[in-house]
Design a protein around this ligand. Structure first.
Ligand code: BV8
Ligand code: ZN
Length: 247
């Protein structure tokens, strides 16, 4: 089990196709709460069954819609951090780069990453719970606190509108999943940035690449147990670790 810290610069320089696989930790330094960090995590103070499942939405649409509107509004006042900028800058270093994210924010895009694959959808998109037709819903200008807000109705079928994210028990978008698997099959370097690796099937992506011979580097404020050769754990905040790449 290698305990040496890999030379990230050399690994990136020698790579032909870099897969960057991110979770909530990559947005933590932008001031966006992660899910499972002990005190600050969204799931530390909210029940994912009530807020991030279709059953929870059907049981109390206003509670769920209000919570997501609050998260959408928060996102608009947040900015990409050095980790997002460094990931976007990787594309200028020669290797082809694919960003696959579990996150529902748009900070990778706002930092300049292109073709970002969102496995769990987007906080900024909305569609009808019944007929799935997309809808545009402006973010409320009044400051929100996460309290219940009745969701708008679909113009097409009068169903309720819902956030365009993938909830627990829902299938991942087929095209995004296929693109992520293809990227894992052709990557020779995987940077796994800020994820607890607990949510499936997304969490399978780095292992798919490793099985095909890729080197996997975890960047996380917590040490990630690495069992195999070609796998490393770099401990530290993503903004600091990756931000240092371009110095
Ligand atoms: C599906 C979107 C089937 C909404 C989310 C039992 C065993 C295995 C699987 C299951 C099971 N029971 C149920 C399942 C399936 C379930 C699942 O995996 N559950 C887990 C919890 C056990 N999965 C599903 O339901 C998926 N769908 O399986 O469908 C199906 C198939 C066909 C047809 C129909 C159905 C859907 C899962 C998607 C759920 N949606 N969110 C929203 O955002 O509100 S989940 C949520 O977790 C987010 O998407 C998030 O991205 C994802 C993973 O979390 P992380 O991103 O890793 O965040 P976390 O807080 O956990 O970790 C942060 C990490 O960063 C930590 O490691 C921390 O140390 C680190 N960190 C913190 N700060 C920093 C940092 N690192 C670096 N720098 C820092 N500064
Ligand atoms: Zn509808």
């Amino acid at each position: 089990m290698p305990t040496t810290t890999p030379d990230l610069q050399s690994l990136i320089r020698e790579a032909h196709h870099v897969l960057v696989f991110t979770g909530a930790g990559v947005s933590a330094e932008s001031g966006i709460a992660t899910f499972r960090d002990a005190l600050t995590g969204l799931w530390a103070n909210n029940d994912p069954q009530q807020l991030a499942t279709p059953e929870g939405f059907m049981a109390d649409p206003a509670r769920v819609w209000g919570w997501y509107q609050w998260r959408r509004q928060q996102l608009l006042s947040r900015e990409p951090n050095p980790a997002h900028w460094a990931i976007a800058a990787l594309a200028q270093r020669g290797a082809s780069v694919t960003v696959v994210t579990q996150n529902v924010d748009d900070l990778h895009e706002r930092a300049g990453s292109e073709g970002v694959i969102h496995l769990h959808g987007s906080l900024l998109s909305t569609h009808c719970f019944d007929c799935a037709i997309p809808a545009q819903v402006p973010v409320d200008p009044m400051p929100l606190d996460g309290a219940a807000i009745p969701p708008p109705h679909c113009e097409h079928c009068n169903g309720l509108l819902r956030p365009g994210v993938v909830w627990f028990g829902e299938a991942l978008p087929e095209e995004a999943w296929q693109q992520a698997v293809e990227a894992a099959q052709s990557a020779d370097l995987v940077l796994v940035v800020g994820t607890s690796g607990l949510v499936y099937p997304a969490a399978q992506i780095p292992g798919l690449a490793w099985e095909r011979g890729a080197t996997v580097v975890h960047v996380n404020t917590e040490p990630v147990p690495v069992a195999a050769e070609r796998e490393y754990s770099v401990v530290g905040p993503a903004g600091k670790i990756l931000g240092g790449l371009n110095e």
